[in-house]
Design a protein around this ligand. Structure first.
Ligand code: GDP
Length: 424
């Protein structure tokens, strides 16, 4: 069966873009199924770095049709800017297809995201303030505008006028902001964006099902990660969509029985951006080494990421939540210098041992990891390309993690470039 899912198993930034790009060579379609332009995939090809926020990473591969699925939220201004940037660097984006069912990020979503975060003060969620959360909220409230509405100016205006009345009242009365102009928004979306986006809008569900029937290969590409999932993540420090495998199904319209392979991407250590629990977090010089060697700064935000040791408890949960068939372990080279590497195999709290993630957040916030210490390899992995050339300590680390999480680790990343990986 031809459908593969690639998703993040931790708190994001695992290096999904690189794997997606690597296996895109065998794919006919690469589909984004959730999130918005907060994804920040980085792909390095021939030493040139491409930061993609909304368009699937498969766009760099000329034989791939990139698809923005129905589960994604789209800011058309950002989409067009990304298309223009790629075009200016010689990348052809004309194959791109955008689901007519995807929801539109509107200017009031961005404005409300900004003011609401400010209003929350020290309790703010650390959102990227791009309107993504408010757009998903309106989708659930059934007052959202969808990409296909841009093709029908009358419907677009009708929906906009109704919803803007309420949004302007909230902006003015709750947040003391100026109201937004319906005419101005309609002008931008219908006259500036719609003519350029119209040729890309498609019935992506039919497109993908026809492709399945023709035996084509499809990759469903997750953004963010398992523990940022709205349902299964560390709520409320989560994203507003479902990056887990279930989200791949609703966000693309492909049913579960068509999925053949689910690859989880995991960093050889752990990082997190923004607030929220993080049992294996490090605060000493080990953290500085991970940040420096792993270049752990956000692709879009530039924020220093929080760092910690690999957490096998979380990974076991990710295997369950996503039915992972295998794991791709990235950034193993970042651990090259350590004499000892640690892995959390369980947690402890108030005398009790937890082998799986405690369901109650009050417990999870307080758990202390139980670590297994393993010898480091203290050599440069960046030039290794074959399993047999890996030092025995590195292999031991990989095998230990694999045994802990219960699924095979099939590839490891040893550097940022496309060719820097080892098949296990
Ligand atoms: P994504 O959103 O999951 O694709 O993750 P990011 O793109 O934010 O982070 C991945 C970063 O790590 C990028 O800068 C990649 O070039 C880099 N990267 C990916 N795999 C490896 C690896 O195996 N080793 C090293 N050192 N860097 C890697």
């Amino acid at each position: 069966m031809p459908v593969t899912i690639v998703l993040g198993t931790q708190w994001g930034d695992e290096g999904k873009g690189k794997l997606t790009d690597l296996i895109a060579a065998d794919m006919d379609f690469v589909v984004r199924y959730q999130g918005g332009h907060n994804a920040g995939h980085t792909v390095v090809v021939d030493g040139e770095s491409f930061a993609l926020q909304l368009i699937p990473s498969g766009v760099l591969n000329e034989s791939v049709i990139p698809v923005i699925g129905n589960g994604v939220v789209v800011d058309p201004g950002v989409l067009l800017a990304e298309i223009d940037t790629l075009a200016s660097r010689g990348v052809d984006t004309s194959r791109l297809r955008v689901s007519g069912q995807a929801h539109l990020i509107m200017p009031y979503h961005i404005e409300l995201d900004r003011v609401a975060e400010r209003h929350l003060g020290k309790n703010s969620l650390g959102t990227t303030k791009r309107g993504i959360g408010p757009t998903y909220a309106d989708k659930a409230a059934r007052i959202g505008l969808r990409v296909q509405d841009m093709l029908d100016p009358k419907i677009f205006r009708q929906k906009l006028d109704v919803v803007l009345k309420e949004k302007n009242a909230i902006l003015a009365k709750v947040y003391n902001r100026l109201p937004l102009s319906s005419d101005q928004i309609a002008d931008t979306y219908l006259n500036e964006y719609a003519p350029r986006i119209a040729p890309l809008i498609s019935d992506t569900v039919s497109l993908l099902h026809d492709a399945i029937e023709e035996g084509k290969n499809i990759l469903l590409e997750g953004a963010q990660a398992t523990f940022l999932d709205l349902d299964h993540g560390t709520y409320p420090f989560v994203t507003s969509s479902n990056p887990t495998a279930g989200g791949a199904i609703t966000g693309s319209g492909i049913g579960p029985r068509n999925i053949s392979r689910i690859i989880g991407v995991a960093k050889a250590y752990l990082t997190r951006v923004g607030a929220g629990p993080f049992p294996t977090e490090l605060f000493d010089e080990t953290s500085d080494v991970l940040v420096e060697r792993g270049r752990e700064f956000g692709t879009n935000t530039g924020r220093r990421r929080r760092t910690g040791w690999f957490d096998a408890v979380l990974l076991r949960q990710a295997v369950r939540l996503n039915s992972l068939s295998e794991v791709f372990l990235t950034k193993l080279d970042v651990l090259d210098e350590f004499e000892v590497v640690k892995v959390a195999t369980a947690y402890e709290s108030e005398g009790e041992r937890y082998d799986s993630v405690p369901y109650h957040q009050s417990v999870f916030h307080k758990v202390v990891p139980i670590y297994k210490e393993l010898p480091g390899w203290r050599c440069d992995l960046s030039t290794v390309r074959k399993r047999s050339d890996l030092p025995k300590e590195a292999l031991n680390y990989i095998e230990f993690l694999s045994a802990q999480i219960g699924v095979p680790i099939t590839m490891v990343g040893v550097g940022p470039s496309r060719e820097q990986y080892v098949e296990i």
